[in-house]
Write a protein that binds this ligand. Structure first.
Ligand code: S3P
Length: 447
């Protein structure tokens, strides 16, 4: 879906204590990868706990267009009959990745070393986002890309007929770029190497190994070095998708700021390349207990018990940014209820997400009566304490699910209700957000 339907305004009101169990959906990053690697394996991959958000559904549709058989059997239970590395067919139509940067960038990587042509597009948000960060390294393999100015979608990628392997230093900390290069490397002969200065989420490396690819990871003076041996035969897998720590962040943060709350969030991924928000919240004084640490589907997970807490502002170390890049919006919302300033530096990547998230949070927080400071690479929120946030505003979400959910969380503890102009993008990553929050007792509703 390259457009959105009518906007859905939603409002959150000051809430009584949140209680109960929040079973958040499957991890979005892992869900995309399970479908794509399933499509590149020989045989049938079974996925349970798949996130059935629009972003992932768009990737499922894309994998069908490239020749895989993708079947839904029940809630989160899917199979993918793959075509093998190098086995993609040329899609008969434009691939519409909707709102999903991860979907489009990973799929471009996966097809870039096969002799076929595909044209990609997306919604108004995705069509603003930079694709050059992916098409630059894909060109080194021999692929060509023709898009709009500044590397924007719609874009046609002509895959390399005789791909060569690549060694690539990622210029921006991006798991999407790293993953696109690794997926392209699958159908190149020899060894493809990615070097990233700061470690980003490592689901691709973990899952590629699970599917039988030779992937070696080494921490070096230059950063993390990942080596992939090309042209493996990928073996189909059973993938159990853990719950998404980025989605869990919303009920967790709501419980922290709503007085009297006490909730349980079971089975949340604790992958160290994803858990920066939780480290930060604990530093702020959050009462979060991590129970039953265990391994599920190749990822560390734990059950979280979260209680309302008095929070203090902190300086988030810039080196932590990659491990919590999607969580800065909700951290900014929570920081409004802390005592003192919360300083977020080294966050300029937020400007090229589903929206310019520094700008979207700064404008919405100001409208809610919170003082912020920002520059290109920084967001500072001046906390007003547990009961000090006025609220009473309508915040613009700019087709960004995480901006919408962050302001709805803020509204649960603000003095006056907070409205978001459009909650429809929440479907991309957290389709059960409204019912899950209602189940905890949180008054979040469509207007
Ligand atoms: C993702 C990587 C991150 C993140 C996105 C999911 C992934 O993007 O923001 O939501 O699954 O690889 P970048 O790689 O652009 O940082």
């Amino acid at each position: 879906m390259s457009g959105h339907g009518n906007p859905i305004p939603m409002t959150a009101r000051r809430s009584g204590p949140l209680t109960g169990v929040a079973e958040v959906p499957g991890d979005k990053s892992i869900s995309h990868r399970a479908l794509i690697l399933g499509a590149l394996a020989v045989g049938e991959t079974e996925v349970t706990g798949l996130l059935e958000g629009q972003d992932v559904l768009d990737t499922a549709k894309a994998m069908r267009a490239f020749g895989a058989t993708v079947t839904r059997h029940g809630d989160g239970h899917w199979t993918v009959a793959g075509v093998g590395v190098g086995g993609f067919a040329e899609p008969a139509d434009v691939i519409d990745c909707g709102n999903s940067g991860t979907g489009v960038r990973l799929i471009m990587g996966a097809m870039a070393t096969s002799p076929l042509t595909a044209t990609f597009t997306g919604d108004a948000s995705l069509r603003k986002r930079p694709m050059g960060r992916v098409t630059d390294p894909l060109a080194l393999f021999g692929a060509q890309a023709y898009g709009r100015s500044q590397g924007r979608l719609p874009m046609t990628v002509v895959g390399a007929a005789d791909p060569v392997p690549v060694t690539y230093r990622t210029p921006v900390p991006s798991a999407q770029v790293k993953s696109a290069v690794l997926l392209a490397g699958l159908n190149a002969p020899g060894e493809t190497v990615v070097i990233e200065k700061e470690a980003t989420r490592d689901h691709s490396e973990r899952m590629l190994r699970g599917f039988g690819a030779a992937v070696e990871v080494e921490d070096t003076a230059e950063g993390r070095l990942i080596r992939l041996t090309g042209q493996p035969e990928l073996r189909p897998q059973r993938v159990a998708v853990p719950r998404d720590p980025s989605s869990a962040a919303f009920p967790v943060c709501a419980a922290l700021i709503v007085p009297g709350s006490d909730i349980r969030v079971p089975g949340v991924s604790q992958n160290p390349t994803r858990n920066g928000l939780y480290t930060t919240l604990v530093e702020m004084g959050a009462d979060i207990v991590f129970e039953n640490p265990r391994e599920e589907g190749g990822e560390p997970v734990a059950d979280l018990v979260v209680r309302h807490s008095s929070l203090r502002g902190v300086e988030v170390p810039p080196g932590r940014a990659a491990s919590m890049i999607d969580e800065y919006p909700v951290l900014a919302a929570v920081a409004a209820f802390a005592e003192g300033r919360t300083v977020m530096r080294g966050v300029k990547e937020l400007r090229v997400k589903e929206s310019d998230r520094i700008d979207a949070m700064a404008r919405g927080l100001e409208a809610c009566g919170v003082t912020v400071e920002e520059d290109e690479d920084t967001l500072i929120v001046h906390g007003l304490g547990a009961d000090g946030v006025p609220g009473g505003a309508t915040c613009a979400t700019h087709l960004d699910h995480r901006i919408a959910m962050s302001f709805l969380v803020l509204g649960l503890a603000a003095r006056a209700p907070v409205t978001v102009d459009d909650g429809s993008p929440i479907d991309t990553s957290f389709p059960v957000f409204e019912t899950l929050m209602a189940g905890l007792g949180a008054p979040v509703a469509r207007d």
